[in-house]
Ligand binder design. Structure first.
Ligand SMILES: *[C@@H]1O[C@H](CO)[C@@H](O)[C@H](O)[C@H]1NC(C)=O
Ligand SMILES: *[C@@H]1O[C@H](CO)[C@@H](O)[C@H](O)[C@H]1NC(C)=O
Ligand SMILES: *[C@@H]1O[C@H](CO)[C@@H](O)[C@H](O)[C@H]1NC(C)=O
Ligand SMILES: *[C@@H]1O[C@H](CO)[C@@H](O)[C@H](O)[C@H]1NC(C)=O
Ligand SMILES: *[C@@H]1O[C@H](CO)[C@@H](O)[C@H](O)[C@H]1NC(C)=O
Length: 439
């Protein structure tokens, strides 16, 4: 871990230096990556707990709650999801709902920044129906929306009346740039782009050109903005998502909606991630991560998870170095939930950036591990069954030949020197997270 951390820190310091230079306007169009921080992002996203009921007051309340209880552990993003916009401005750009944000978005971002946090926003690719209807002029050009619309193609995978952009047309890149510039002017630090295809959504759409243009447009703003893609991105295009974004949702939503009572449910929503993430692991790395969606831990019974399931959810996200974006209401933290989401040794596993793979998925008793390349290994034991079972591992199956010591990261306990085989009896959907050091 040490070697990787030093390398990562060097890269981060380098990027932060570049960022500083950029923000002074001395260097243009040369950023090799979008974000100065290459680690998985940590923070909060509004969708799970607030849905469309967001406004300036409720976003600030979440920001303040994060400042009080979570920020010192590394949580920093306040991400506003769907529900912030209504209609378009004079240039056909998505703009705020003035009932929810009477003074616009910039003062909200400013508030978030004043607490030492970063501000995120939500968008979908394509041209909003209102911009098509108004045939708005494209800022800084002599073109209008009708000059860049791809006829008869919807803008994205949502079933709405947006239009796709024809990037062979002059003015197309400028339109995307105008929206990116607007976000930059508000102080946006993170963009979640939803309904991106090929992937999930209600209809087929190919948004690869949109993402490539957004990537370039963000670079052109000279402001670092994390670009996160949603949802159920196609695996066939993993290399494209890796190249042009900082993270991509590998599955559909974690929220239960009408399928169960809590924010999420282990069987119906969380278990799927165990099956789907392994094939994506090779695409994760500094600056681009497999996104497993929001973490629904912190609101007690309202999470919809048992205490063991809450720990297991955090264990999987952490060993995968997935974004740690909380979906809960930060003003309603429960004591056990708070303890789980602020476990510094578990957070460190996530932030160290060594996504784990399962030894085998033949049964529901699974051992996942990553070699940290410094003589240490992260090992997670999962019982995904609905009844108590023993989960066992032989260190030699991880490629370790010598004796080892173990540390339980959830309980902060050194377990000492271990025999060749290790096993634990785990309740339904329970887990253990160990750090193994080869002696
Ligand atoms: C803002 O949202 C909160 C939470 O949904 C709600 O209670 C409040 O009434 C809203 N305030 C305004 C001004 O809309
Ligand atoms: C919380 O916000 C204040 C500004 O009001 C800032 O000085 C402080 O560093 C923030 N707390 C943390 C833990 O970052
Ligand atoms: C899209 O929406 C229209 C109108 O709401 C509806 O008639 C149509 O069935 C929907 N298509 C799909 C694929 O969901
Ligand atoms: C999750 O859903 C399953 C299947 O519907 C149900 O049996 C289980 O009780 C739910 N879990 C919780 C903690 O509510
Ligand atoms: C360790 O487990 C392996 C199977 O994984 C088994 O073959 C071996 O006998 C076990 N060794 C000991 C000392 O229990």
């Amino acid at each position: 871990m040490a070697q990787y951390s030093i390398l990562l820190r060097t890269v981060v310091v380098f990027m932060v230096t570049l960022a500083t230079v950029f923000s002074r306007g001395n260097l243009v169009h040369a950023a090799p990556v979008l974000s100065p921080d290459l680690r998985p992002p940590m923070g909060w996203s509004s969708w799970s707990s607030l849905r469309g009921k967001i406004n300036a007051t409720s976003i600030k309340a979440q920001s303040l709650a994060m400042n009080k209880s979570l920020q010192k552990y590394g949580y920093e993003y306040i991400n506003m999801d769907a529900g912030w916009y209504s209609g378009v401005d004079d240039y056909g750009r998505t703009t705020w709902d003035s009932k929810k944000f009477p003074d616009g978005i910039a003062p909200v971002a400013q508030y978030v920044h004043s607490l030492g946090q970063k501000f995120g926003i939500y968008l979908v690719p394509g041209i909003p129906a209102a911009a098509v209807a108004a045939n708005s002029p494209i800022k800084g050009t002599r073109y209008r929306i009708s000059d860049i619309v791809a006829p008869n193609l919807p803008g994205n995978t949502a079933n709405d009346s947006s239009a796709a952009i024809d990037y062979t047309k002059p003015g197309a890149a400028a339109y995307v740039q105008s929206q990116a510039d607007l976000f930059a002017s508000w102080g946006v630090d993170y963009i979640k782009m939803d309904f991106v295809g090929p992937g999930g959504g209600r209809i087929a759409a190919d948004n690869r050109a949109d993402i490539e243009h957004w990537h370039q447009a963000i670079l052109n703003t000279n402001r670092f903005m994390y670009l996160g893609l949603s949802n159920s991105l196609s695996f066939a295009n993993a290399a494209t998502w890796q190249r042009y974004s900082n993270g991509w949702r590998i599955d559909g939503d974690i929220e239960c909606y009408s399928h169960c009572t809590g924010l999420t449910n282990f069987t119906v929503r969380v278990a799927l991630r165990f099956a789907d993430v392994p094939k994506w692991v090779p695409f994760a790395g500094p600056g681009h991560w497999n996104d497993l969606d929001s973490i629904e831990v912190g609101n007690g019974a309202a999470d919809g998870l048992t205490p063991d399931e809450r720990q297991t959810m955090l264990t999987l996200w952490s060993i995968e170095s997935a974004p740690l974006l909380l979906g809960i209401d930060l003003t309603k933290l429960d004591p056990l939930g708070l303890e789980l989401i602020t476990n510094s040794e578990v957070i460190a596993v996530d932030q160290s950036g060594h996504p784990a793979l399962p030894l085998s998925q033949a049964t529901k008793q699974q051992v996942w591990f990553s070699n940290n390349q410094d003589g240490s290994y992260t090992v997670a034991l999962f019982n995904l069954a609905d009844i108590t079972a023993t989960v066992a591992v032989s260190w030699k199956d991880l490629g370790i030949t010598g004796p080892v010591t173990a540390r339980n990261l959830w309980t902060h306990t050194d377990l000492g020197r271990q025999p060749a085989n290790y096993s634990a009896s785990l309740g339904p959907h329970a887990s253990q997270l160990l750090r193994i050091v080869e002696l």
